[in-house]
Each structure stands twice: as C-alpha cells, then as structure tokens.
Design a protein around this ligand. Structure first.
Ligand SMILES: NC(=O)c1ccc[n+]([C@@H]2O[C@H](COP(=O)([O-])OP(=O)(O)OC[C@H]3O[C@@H](n4cnc5c(N)ncnc54)[C@H](O)[C@@H]3O)[C@@H](O)[C@H]2O)c1
Length: 250
C-alpha cells in the first residue's frame, strides 16, 4: 500500500468524481488533505466522507483559473498542516461541443483558463513549498484526448494536450531537485462530467472505443494518482500514464 503518513496533499476538483476519489485515497493512506473546488456543497460532502473515516482534511472554495484563489488555498494548506508534499491538479471542464469553424473564441479561452491555466497556477503556487520542504510529487489530470482527439471538443482536446506538454516541461526542470511531476490520461470515467456531457448514444459509442468494454470508476483512477504521488513511483518523471482500458492502444 502507498504510505502517505505525515504528508500534506492538495487536490483540486475534489467536490466530485476523480478529485473526490483521489482526496479520499490520499487521506486513507495517511495524508492530511487540502481540497479545493468551486462547488462548496460537494467539497463539504467530500470532507465529511474523509472525516468519517478518521482522515484529516481542510476545504478551500475557489476557482483554479484565478491565481489569487489558488495562492490562497495553497497558503492555507501550508499554514494548517505545516507544509506541502504532494498535489493532484485535477479540476477540469469539457466546455461547449461544437464544430471548429465557429467554435466560440470566448469558450475556447475559458476552457484553457480552467484546464491549462488552472494547472499552471497550481504548480506555480505549489512548487516553492515543495522545494522548501526538500521535495515532492505532482500529478496533473490530462485525458486520452490529450494524446488523441475527438471531434467537436477542440477546446478540451487542446487543453489536455497542453497539460501533458506543461507537465513534461516542468518535470525536467524540477526532477533534480527532488520533485517528480507526471500526468495521467484517463479514458471514460463514470463521473458527473461524463454523465452530463454525453447523450446515451455518444456515451455508448465512446465506451465502445475502450477494448475493456466499460468505463472506469473514479476510484480506479485515484489508485493510479495515489501510486504516482507515493515513493513507490520514485523513478517516474515527466510521464503521461494512460488509464484507459486500452483506448489508446487501438
Ligand atoms: N470523466 C472522464 O471520463 C474524464 C476522462 C479524462 C479526463 N478527465 C478529467 O478528470 C478531471 C476530473 O473530472 P471528473 O470526471 O471527475 O469530473 P467532475 O465534473 O465530476 O469533477 C470536476 C470537478 O472540478 C470542479 N471544477 C470545475 N471547474 C473548476 C474551477 N475553475 N475551479 C475549481 N474547481 C473546478 C468541478 O466543480 C467538479 O467538482 C478533469 O480534469 C477532466 O477533464 C475526466
């Protein structure tokens, strides 16, 4: 089992789905966890789930696209728990679905602001504290469409390719200073995002592209994030790890 005893963790998008499962997994492994999301109600539910299992958690309501919100949340984590060691930068949105010509520029920028600049803001705020503490590990959530593409979600596809690129760029700068940065690329995960962004028909078609023949649970993805953030993944740097039931193999 991955041991996170005495570690302080930071998870974004933790009000639901993958982020919630990741926060619960990190707390279950012994970490004190700061969870951040726009959705206060969902965050408090996640905190309740962690506390009921005896875990240590604090919440920060905020927008990852806003640097001041992220700085405030990271500062609060350090003040509350005494440092910052691991982070799962996971908050994300799909954005509107539309053909490329005519795709609204404002919407395209909004998706980059959350999915890409959110990860940028988080890593800029987190790294100084990890350096100060002598090391750390970061996992950023990308997607199978950060390695491939699907039609009519150009903003999302672009943002996830960029998350993988940014992860690699930052990973090679900080590897020699004891900080490992990696990304994960899930296929279809059964969460609010997929339940609300697809029709039954498109959902079935997307799931059929996974050789395993089903979507993933958020917990299956959280297990990978936990492992990557643990010392068990000590030689993994700048990798994008697919967790997609074989989607990207075909
Ligand atoms: N579900 C999938 O099939 C799938 C596949 C690949 C990648 N992903 C990625 O996984 C991540 C988590 O998605 P999920 O499936 O758990 O979806 P979800 O909708 O269940 O969770 C996303 C969370 O992010 C939060 N969020 C959105 N914008 C935010 C912002 N600006 N600031 C702070 N919080 C914000 C939401 O409130 C929500 O709680 C996303 O980055 C998504 O792109 C999901």
């Amino acid at each position: 089992m991955s041991d996170m005893t005495d570690k302080v963790a930071f998870v974004t998008g933790a009000a639901s789905g993958i982020g919630r499962a990741s926060a619960i997994a990190l707390a279950g492994a012994g970490a004190s966890v700061m969870i951040m999301d726009l959705d206060e109600k969902g965050l408090l539910e996640t905190a309740g789930l962690i506390e009921r299992k005896g875990g240590s958690v604090a919440v920060s309501v905020g927008n990852v696209a806003r640097r001041a919100d992220v700085d405030g949340a990271v500062k609060a984590a350090v003040e509350r728990f005494g440092g910052l060691h691991v982070a799962h930068n996971n908050a994300g949105i799909v954005g509107a679905g539309a053909a490329f010509v005519g795709y609204p520029e404002e919407e395209f920028r909004r998706v980059q602001d959350v999915n890409l600049m959110g990860v940028f803001n988080c890593m800029q705020a987190q790294l100084p504290h990890m350096l100060h503490g002598g090391g750390g590990a970061i996992v950023n959530t990308a997607s199978v469409v950060g390695r491939t593409a699907l039609p009519e979600i150009c903003a999302y596809v672009t943002s996830k390719h960029a998350v993988i690129g940014l992860t690699k760029a930052v990973a090679i700068e900080y590897a020699s200073r004891g900080i490992r940065v990696n990304s994960i690329s899930p296929g279809y995960v059964i969460t609010n995002m997929t339940e609300t962004s697809f029709t039954q028909e498109t959902r079935d078609a997307f799931i059929a592209m996974h050789p395993i023949g089903r979507g993933s649970s958020p917990e299956e993805v959280a297990n990978l994030a936990l492992w990557l953030l643990s010392d068990k993944a000590s030689f993994l740097v700048g990798a994008d790890v697919p967790i997609d039931g074989g989607y990207t193999v075909t």
